[in-house]
Ligand binder design. Structure first.
Ligand SMILES: [Zn+2]
Length: 308
């Protein structure tokens, strides 16, 4: 939150859709909360790394790669407002990249099919609470920015939430994850109001965080429910709708077997509960209700699009 800004600023922005087209259910009302989504922008990662052991012949049909084998990905936040709090879940890649890195990941690409995509804006106005699913750069990049006197928090007045296990993991990143856990997104948390969360913790009435460890240790996925309607935000547990099949685990994941177990459990609950599942990285589908087909495979039962 900028000094002097008010929560009504965020509401007004959310009502406009933050420039990003909302689909027919957005925003959805869950008890006292108005829930919507916001894409911080697109970027690209290697398609092979995104689909792990899945052959390119299969994933390339669903997620067409560019000439350098990179696929288009969104960085879609969950936006939760209750009149008192404006809660943002994950923050995208942020905007403090060198030209070289920006080009490697195509950060800020505006694809022709989504010409109204906003360029990364840091910070968004009126945010009171920031929940970080984990501290990989494409989720926590928007936590800090380069100000006139160096690195500074984007949301110095907001309360931030990250799991204790993920913060520990990020601070002592192993060789494989070191390129994803950047000090500029981790150390900056010492300068903000930080809550270290535990598995199953209720951060707000009806809003709980749930730890998983297959993608990275301590990833917290989000569930928000009023008993009748539930929105879930699995983050990198299911980054896109193309990753619904249980064996479609990212090459980035630290433990594929654990990812599969955690995903299968999540899918069982999501289908049984009729949850609206938000896909953080899906370029084309913001969310969906899910089902199992006649062979028991998880599929999209109801598309909840952003634009169309
Ligand atoms: Zn990640």
């Amino acid at each position: 939150m900028e000094p002097g800004s008010s929560t009504s600023g965020a509401r007004a922005i959310a009502a406009r859709g933050w420039g990003y087209p909302h689909g027919r259910i957005w925003p959805v009302q869950i008890g006292r909360y108005t829930v919507s989504v916001h894409n911080h922008g697109f970027f690209r990662l290697d398609g092979g790394a995104m689909f792990g052991s899945v052959p390119k012949a299969l994933w390339a049909r669903e997620a067409p790669p560019d000439a350098e084998n990179r696929i288009l990905l969104a960085t879609r936040s969950l936006v939760i407002e209750d009149g008192e709090h404006n809660i943002l879940v994950d923050l995208g890649c942020g905007d403090k990249w060198s030209e070289k890195t920006r080009a490697i990941f195509r950060i800020g690409e505006i694809p022709p099919q989504y010409p109204n995509t906003p360029t990364p804006q840091n910070p968004l106005p009126g945010v009171t609470d920031v929940i970080l699913t984990h501290l990989h750069f494409d989720h926590a990049g928007g936590v800090s920015r380069l100000g006139p006197s160096g690195l500074e928090p984007c949301y110095p007045y907001a309360r931030h939430y990250v799991s204790k296990q993920n913060l520990d993991t990020a601070k002592h990143a192993n060789l494989r994850e070191r390129a994803s856990y950047l000090a500029e997104n981790v150390d900056i948390l010492e300068q903000v109001d930080l809550v270290l969360t535990e598995d199953g913790q209720e951060l707000f009435p009806g809003l709980t965080v749930h730890l998983s460890h297959g993608h990275t240790r301590g990833l917290q996925w989000i569930k928000l429910t009023d008993g009748a309607t539930t929105v879930a935000y699995p983050a990198d547990l299911i980054p896109t709708s193309k990753h619904l099949p249980v064996p479609y685990v990212m090459g980035y994941d630290m433990c594929a077997e654990r990812s599969m177990e955690e995903k299968a459990r999540f899918l069982d609950e999501a289908v049984a509960g009729g949850w609206i599942v938000v896909f953080e990285h899906d370029p084309d589908l913001a969310a969906a209700r899910l089902a199992f087909d006649e062979r028991g495979r998880p599929v999209v039962a109801e598309r909840i699009d952003c634009a169309n």
